[in-house]
Design a protein around this ligand. Structure first.
Ligand SMILES: [Ca+2]
Ligand SMILES: [Ca+2]
Length: 95
């Protein structure tokens, strides 16, 4: 999945994923494996798809999706992050 994903990105800035694929993709960046996405992990995810201003956008994404305000995106908040990715990162979430 990841390889196909990166191949697509190289040719084309916009990326199609299902919400499930989006979650799986994010999991690749959960480097400390705590099941949550920190701002730094999100920044790496964003810069991996060549979106500019990844530091700034990761901060915005966390603020957008972090419903309980703990600074991390957990499993319950990922759907909201998918919405952010769709509107701000050029990832097309298909169903
Ligand atoms: Ca993590
Ligand atoms: Ca949270």
């Amino acid at each position: 999945m990841a390889i196909k994903y990166y191949a697509t990105t190289a040719k084309n800035r916009s990326v199609d994923m299902t919400v499930e694929e989006f979650k799986e993709w994010l999991r690749l960046f959960d480097v400390d494996n705590d099941g949550r996405i920190s701002r730094e992990e999100l920044r790496r995810a964003i810069s991996s798809i060549n979106v500019r201003f990844s530091g700034w956008k990761s901060g915005r994404g966390i603020r957008y999706a972090d419903g309980d305000g703990d600074g991390y995106i957990d499993a319950d908040e990922v759907d909201k992050l998918a919405e952010f990715a769709r509107t701000s990162l050029g990832i097309r979430i298909v169903s």
